[in-house]
Design a binder for this molecule. Structure first.
Ligand code: NAI
Length: 487
C-alpha cells in the first residue's frame, strides 16, 4: 500500500528522555505507511541548554522550521540551573504558534470512568498571550505582579481558528469559556470578539460558559462539548483536565498551529524514569503525527495511521506497561510500534468515523493595526507606590504636594480595594504597595506628559513610586476598572 503523494520536508526534534524512542515510533510507522516525508533532524532541549544556548533551541533548528514550516517534536526538558525560559515556550513564541489544538476523544480499549459516553471534542487554546506572555514584576520584594495581556487581534485569530476547525471536522457547536464576569476587560474582550466572530459562522451554534462552570461541566457531562475555545491559562488547565477524561496525558496529542509554522507534539513530558528502557507509550505522539498529516492535507495517510493505532488499542494484544492493566504482560515501545505497523490497512470496529477536511487557517495581517476610538480622553493617572504608611496619613501628605497641578488624589487602594478616603466601614488589610489614583481635577481640563512628569517628581518626594499607568476614556467608556468601594 503506497500513500506517497509528494514528499513533505518536516523538522524532527527528538527531544529529551523518552522523546527519541517515541519519535522513532512515528518515523517507523510513517515509513511503513509510505507517507512521503523527508525528516530534517534538529535539536532543542536539555543538551542544547547544557551547551550554553540560553534559549534551549539551536539556530539551525529555528532555520529548519522556518523553511519546512512544520515540526514534530519530542518533549523538552529545562535542566535546573540552565536557561531562563522553557525551550517549548521559546519555540511557540518564536513561530507565533497561536493555536493550541487538543482533541479529546474516547479511545477504544482504554477503560476510564467515562468509557461509553462518547466523549469527542476539541480544546482550542490561545497559545501566546494572556498571563503566559510571562510579563511579571516585583512591585516590592513582597508584592508580585503579572500582566494578563489579551488583544483583539490575538482573540480574533484563535476564535476564527476554533470555528474553522469546527467547519473542517463537521462539528456543530463552539463553546467559549471565560471569566468575563470578573475580568471584564481581558476575558471580557475575548468573549466579545468570540461573539463578533461567531456571526461569520451562522451554521455553527456559538455559546458561552463561565470557565469555572465549564470545569464543572467537563467533569459532570463532558459529552455536551464539541469545540471549546479559551484564553491561554484557562485553556492550559482545562485541556489537561479534559485529557484525564480519556485516559490521561499519556494519550493526549497536540498541535501548535501558526500562520507561518506549526509544531506537533505529545502533551506528556520526557518521563525520565522510563527513558531508554523501551517502556514509553508512543500513542500520543503517533496521534500528534496524525494531526500533522491532516494539517499537511494528507487526509488518507492520516486516516490510515490513525486507524492502525486505534485497531492496536482496540485489540489490546500488544500494549505498553502504562496501558496493560489486569495482569496482562506489558510489551515494549518497539513491539507496540511493530503492532501498529502490522495493523496498517485495518479499521477499528468500535470507533465512529469522522470526516476531516484540512483546516482553513484564518488570514493573519502581519502589521500591528491600530484599533482606535473616535474619542480618546485622558482621565488621570495611577501611580503605584511601595510603602507601608497608613493610607490615612499617606493621603493628606500626597494631597499637600499637588498645588498647581491639574489633578486631585481621587483615592488610594490596596489590592483593588479603596482604602482612602472615607473607608471607615471597610475592613482592609493593606500591604506594602498602594495605588494612588489621580484624576483630572476639573471637567474638560487635560493632563499632559509634563504634568505627569511633575506629578511623579512630587509623589517621589514623599514616597517611592514603582509603576505608572495612564487612565483614558475611549468613546466615553473608561479604559480602566474601578476599585472595590470606588464611586
Ligand atoms: P511526564 O509527562 O514526563 O511524566 C508524568 C508521568 O507520566 C510519569 O509517571 C511518566 O513516566 C508517565 N509518562 C509520561 N509520558 C509517558 C509515555 N509516553 N508512556 C508511558 N508513561 C508516560 O511529566 P513530568 O515528570 O512532570 O515532566 C518530566 C520532564 O518533562 C520535565 O523536565 C518537564 O519540564 C518536561 N515536560 C516537557 C513537556 C514538553 O516538552 N511539551 C511537557 C511536560 C513536561
Amino acid at each position: 500500500m503506497s500513500l506517497k503523494s509528494s514528499s513533505h520536508p518536516i523538522t524532527l526534534i527528538p527531544g529529551d528522555g523518552i522523546g527519541p524512542e517515541v519519535v522513532a515510533a512515528v518515523q517507523a510507522v510513517l515509513a511503513a505507511a509510505e507517507v512521503g516525508i523527508t525528516w530534517e533532524v534538529r535539536h532543542a532541549g536539555a543538551r542544547v541548554f547544557k551547551n550554553g544556548v540560553a534559549s534551549g533551541v539551536l539556530p539551525d533548528t529555528v532555520e529548519s522550521i522556518r523553511r519546512t514550516r512544520c515540526a514534530l517534536k519530542g518533549p523538552l526538558e529545562t535542566p535546573v540551573g540552565f536557561g531562563e525560559k522553557s525551550a517549548n515556550v521559546t519555540l511557540r513564541k518564536f513561530f507565533e504558534t497561536y493555536g493550541n489544538i487538543r482533541p479529546v476523544r474516547e479511545l477504544p480499549g482504554i477503560r476510564t470512568p467515562y468509557s461509553g459516553r462518547g466523549i469527542d471534542f476539541v480544546v482550542v487554546r490561545e497559545n501566546v498571550e494572556d498571563l503566559y506572555a510571562g510579563i511579571e514584576y516585583m512591585q516590592t520584594p513582597g508584592v508580585a505582579q503579572g500582566l494578563k495581556i489579551i488583544t483583539r487581534k490575538g482573540s480574533e485569530k484563535i476564535c476564527r481558528l476554533a470555528f474553522e476547525l469546527a467547519r473542517a471536522e463537521h462539528r456543530k457547536k463552539v463553546t467559549c469559556a471565560t471569566k468575563a464576569n470578573i475580568l471584564k476587560f481581558t476575558e471580557g474582550l475575548f468573549k466579545r470578539v468570540f461573539e463578533d466572530v461567531s456571526k461569520d459562522y451562522p451554521e455553527i451554534h456559538a455559546e458561552h460558559q463561565i470557565v469555572d462552570n465549564c470545569a464543572h461541566q467537563l467533569v459532570m457531562r463532558p459529552e455536551q462539548f464539541d469545540v471549546l475555545v479559551m484564553t491561554n491559562m484557562n485553556g492550559d488547565i482545562l485541556s489537561d483536565l479534559a485529557s484525564a477524561l480519556i485516559g490521561g496525558l499519556g494519550f493526549a496529542p497536540s498541535a501548535n498551529l501558526g500562520d507561518g509554522a506549526s509544531i506537533f507534539e505529545a502533551v506528556h513530558g520526557s518521563a525520565p524514569q522510563i527513558a531508554g528502557k523501551d517502556m514509553a507509550n508512543p500513542t500520543a505522539i503517533l496521534h500528534s503525527s496524525v494531526l500533522m498529516l491532516r494539517h499537511l492535507g494528507e487526509m488518507k495517510a492520516a486516516d490510515t495511521v490513525e486507524n492502525a493505532l486505534l485497531v492496536t488499542l482496540e485489540e489490546g494484544k500488544v500494549l505498553t506497561a502504562d496501558m496493560a492493566g489486569g495482569g496482562k504482560e506489558p510489551s515494549g515501545t518497539k513491539a507496540f510500534t511493530a503492532e501498529v505497523i502490522k495493523n496498517l490497512g485495518s479499521a477499528p470496529k468500535s470507533f465512529p468515523r469522522r470526516e476531516y477536511q484540512k483546516i482553513k487557517m484564518p488570514k493573519v495581517t502581519r502589521d500591528a493595526v491600530m484599533v482606535t476610538a473616535k474619542d480618546t480622553r485622558p482621565m488621570g493617572v495611577d501611580i503605584f507606590v511601595a510603602t507601608a504608611i497608613d493610607p490615612a496619613v499617606l493621603g493628606p501628605s500626597i494631597e499637600k504636594v499637588l498645588t498647581g497641578l491639574p489633578v486631585r488624589l481621587a483615592q488610594i487602594s490596596s489590592r483593588g480595594t479603596k482604602v482612602y478616603p472615607n473607608t471607615h466601614d471597610i475592613e482592609s488589610d493593606p500591604v506594602d504597595c498602594a495605588r494612588l489614583r489621580f484624576k483630572v481635577s476639573t471637567h474638560g481640563e487635560t493632563l499632559d506628559d509634563k504634568d505627569i512628569a511633575e506629578l511623579l517628581l512630587r509623589v517621589g518626594s514623599q514616597v517611592l513610586w514603582v509603576h505608572v499607568e495612564k487612565l483614558f476614556k475611549y468613546d466615553d467608556q473608561p479604559g480602566f476598572t474601578k476599585d472595590q468601594g470606588e464611586d
